[in-house]
Design a protein around this ligand. Structure first.
Ligand SMILES: C[S@@+](CC[C@H](N)C(=O)[O-])C[C@H]1O[C@@H](n2cnc3c(N)ncnc32)[C@H](O)[C@@H]1O
Length: 319
């Protein structure tokens, strides 16, 4: 069972304009909340390719589809679900393996699920004790402890500033570097303590916990989240059928700005200087912006699910 509460479900599924028989990619299966709604819309004749780099998310959803099959399918024939353990940055290869050329709709609900956040052994949360791992895909890659103990001081500062907008990046990193000379930083509680000793006391009494930004920045680095997103977006746009829709839900400003700029860039036509009498660039827009401003959750959703407060949904349609 997943404990994850899906965000902006109705808004996202509506925006994707799903119909029976469609081929859809959920690039971030997670707790499967969006996928379950997608399945209801595309029905027995549709196909859902559900991707997650976390094998545990896929195992949970496989259990759901098996149970549904046993219970008579609950209106959905579950043979049309393909569960794929991979990074969505490999979208084109994933679809080629499935012999799917073009798709009708794609969704990515970025970041981590509550199942991952609450799993102490992942060390993603500063609220529980755990080894500083932070990998979504525990079968490969480096851990947050590796980042903290091996990266150069300047690299660490850049990560905290760019991925966390952490104003005390310099002092936090100085403490980390001094500490790792004596002993590696390995546990969440050690990192929280180091951060606590590096920031002014007023910072510790803010609404947002003083370790939030550092933990977020490390997680983004460990999982190479922005690089994966950038590569995924261009493949997703290429993969859509004309009229097909792409919906992205983001949770922090770095992600949202990447999505916003990529969408705008692909929605632009001619870029010739205005003094040119005729167009020479022959550039045509690839997509239409469906949401000029992002869709945000309402008060009601935020009160039921505080994690939704920073969510932003942007949608485009392939031309
Ligand atoms: C916010 S959760 C998705 C929740 C889901 N929409 C739901 O309704 O339950 C994000 C999920 O995406 C996965 N994920 C994040 N980045 C990924 C990537 N680059 N490739 C594949 N999966 C990714 C995470 O492992 C996590 O399970």
């Amino acid at each position: 069972m997943s404990i994850h509460k899906s965000v902006l479900v109705e808004e996202t599924v509506d925006a994707l304009k799903l119909k029976k028989g469609m081929v859809v990619v959920d690039a971030t299966l997670g707790g499967g909340g969006h996928s379950r709604e997608i399945l209801k819309k595309i029905g027995n004749t549709g196909t859902l390719a559900a991707i997650d780099q976390d094998e545990e998310a896929l195992k949970r959803f496989a259990k759901f589809t098996d149970d549904a099959k046993e219970a008579g399918g609950s209106g959905t024939k579950m043979t049309n679900v393909c569960l794929i353990h991979d990074n969505f940055k490999n979208l084109k290869n994933i679809l080629a393996d499935l012999k799917i050329e073009k798709v009708d709709a794609i969704l990515a609900d970025l970041g981590i699920s509550s199942d991952q956040l609450e799993d102490e052994s992942r060390g993603i949360s500063f609220q529980s004790e755990g080894f500083l791992d932070m990998r979504m895909d525990r079968s490969k890659g480096i851990t947050a402890a590796d980042v903290l103990n091996t990266y150069k001081e300047d690299e660490l500062k850049k990560i905290l500033r760019e991925y966390g907008n952490e104003q005390y990046a310099n002092s936090i990193v100085r403490k980390i570097v001094a500490r790792r000379k004596e002993k590696p930083v390995t546990w969440t509680s050690e990192l929280v303590e180091l951060i606590g000793n590096s920031v002014p006391s007023a910072y510790k009494h803010k609404k947002i916990h003083y370790a939030t930004k550092t933990f977020q920045a490390l997680r983004i680095e460990v999982n190479r989240e922005l690089e994966a997103l950038e590569s995924f977006l261009s493949q997703a746009i290429e993969t859509l059928k004309p009229g097909g829709r792409l919906a992205i839900i983001t949770f922090h400003s770095g992600e949202d700005s990447l999505v916003k700029h990529t969408f705008r860039e692909n929605a632009r036509g001619c870029i010739c200087p205005s003094e040119f009498p005729v167009c020479r660039c022959h550039r045509t827009p690839k997509v239409k912006l469906i949401t000029r401003k992002p869709i945000a959750p309402g008060e009601d959703e935020i009160s039921k699910n505080p994690r939704a407060r920073s969510a932003k949904l942007r949608v485009i349609e392939k031309i």
